[in-house]
Design a protein around this ligand. Structure first.
Ligand code: FAD
Length: 405
């Protein structure tokens, strides 16, 4: 059976990979001139600089995927698990004793709650404050989720954002000896995963048509079609086909997210870990930063800082120039390090429509959406935003197509 795929981002490529392995014939149409979508690696003299995902959560399935594609995994550093949250200074644990007691009381209550207290229509903030109290919710839960989803805790759907994690429906099962916990990245950056997938698919006879934007009229559902585009493009295709809910997908709120890579000479960060997140109350312009060299020391010959700015709480940043964004990040860095050094290297990746806002509105649209037979929606809005969820959905795609579900 032949399957058509619109979009050669990681969703389109990975689903093609699993379909080919299951014996399907596959053809991909990609609007732009390159594969990878949001995932794009720039190779700098200091190490790989990433536009989108810089790593994916390690699992036996990820290691099997790397093995099959002939990818060697970057070796994680000894401090790869050390994450910080800013409260006056970067701390591993930002809560006071009383707040910690309140937090762990909430954890105990949730451990005995079969549905983990998740209710549809409830926001992350409502859920967090109900179980952990205002401060713990704001400093831990909201800050962590704002760091991943770039969303507003007051509007993010707790069901969408935490449901898969707390109910463990997102986990890819398997077992591998010596599997390190945490993040996995190919040697040389995420671009290596994309190029290895493209090479595998082309070897297997998959045609990837670049510069080929799929329109509603191109979709002939006598064969299966996987729509692996961003949410708004999928909505446009659906609404052009008269599918209920397509217009709402197309108009769904997108968040801008810019990542700014900085390299400094002799200006160390005041923490020894993979990154630091800033709670909203701390008054920073940016969401936080990651330090690639701590995560994967062999991949970088200098400490490269990756700062994130934008998202639902800083929508005004969408209208700023790159230089203005860099100035805001440098002002944050001065507060963090108490140091006025200028960076020797600056690299900016702008993504004006980076990610869908995981709001209760998205939860509502997803429930009511019913694509026609033989059409499969796939991407960072159909499950969780990260690659673990995308990977799981791609793995399930051959089974779904065989069963027509
Ligand atoms: C700054 C940033 C940091 C991130 N960090 C992480 C991280 O550390 N870990 C993690 O797991 N995730 C991370 N993510 C999220 C992750 O990168 C994305 O969710 C994922 O890459 C989305 O992949 P996709 O293939 O679904 O969509 P996309 O990458 O958007 O690809 C969709 C493709 O469809 C094409 N297309 C669009 N319309 C059409 C059409 N009509 N016809 C044909 N082709 C079309 C586009 O050109 C594009 O190539 C991050 C995202 C951002 C923005």
């Amino acid at each position: 059976m032949k399957v058509f795929i619109a979009g050669a981002g990681i969703s389109g490529l990975l689903s093609a990979f699993y379909l080919v392995r299951a014996g399907f014939e596959v053809e991909i149409h990609e609007k732009s001139a390159r594969a990878g979508g949001l995932i794009r690696t720039v190779h700098s003299p200091f190490g790989p600089l990433e536009n989108g995902a810089a790593s994916l959560l390690n699992s036996p399935e990820v290691q099997n995927l790397f093995d099959e594609l002939g990818i060697s995994a970057a070796k994680p550093g000894s401090r790869a698990g050390a994450r910080y949250i800013y409260r006056d200074f970067p701390r591993r644990w930002p809560l006071s004793l009383n707040q910690s007691i309140e937090f762990f009381t909430g954890v105990t209550r949730l451990a005995f709650s079969p549905d983990k207290g998740l209710q549809s229509g409830q926001s992350v903030r409502e859920w967090g404050q109900k179980y952990f109290g205002k401060q713990a919710s704001s400093l831990l839960i909201e800050t962590a989720l704002q760091g991943v989803y770039a969303g507003d805790a007051e509007r993010m759907s707790v069901e969408l954002v935490l449901g898969p994690m707390l109910k463990k429906t997102n986990k890819i099962k398997g077992f591998r000896r010596n599997l390190h916990k945490g993040a996995a990245m190919p040697d040389g950056g995420m671009g290596k995963l994309i190029s290895a997938l493209v090479a595998y698919l082309e070897n297997a006879g998959v045609k990837i048509n670049f510069g080929s934007e799929i329109k509603s009229a191109d979709i002939d559902l006598s064969s299966p079609w996987i729509i692996a585009t961003p949410i708004t493009a999928a909505g446009k295709l659906l609404s052009g086909m008269g599918v209920d809910g397509g217009g709402e997908l197309q108009a769904h709120e997108m968040l801008n997210l810019t990542s700014i890579h900085l390299v400094f000479e002799n200006s160390p960060l005041p923490f020894d870990g993979v990154g630091c997140l800033f709670p909203k109350s701390a008054g920073f312009n940016s969401l936080g930063l990651l330090t690639g060299k701590t995560a994967f020391p062999n991949q970088f010959n200098r400490p490269v800082e990756r700062w994130f700015i934008g998202g639902a709480l800083s929508k005004n940043t969408a209208h700023l120039t790159e230089n203005e964004l860099v100035d805001l990040v440098l002002a944050d860095r001065q507060v963090l390090t108490k140091d006025r050094h200028k960076p020797s290297v600056v690299h900016v990746f702008s993504n004006p429509c980076a990610l869908p806002h995981f709001t209760n509105e998205l939860a509502r649209i997803r429930t009511k959406l019913s694509p026609p037979t033989n059409m499969y929606l796939l991407g960072n809005y159909t499950g969780g935003i990260g690659l673990t969820s995308i990977h799981k959905q791609c793995k399930n795609m051959p089974g779904r197509i065989k069963s027509g579900q």
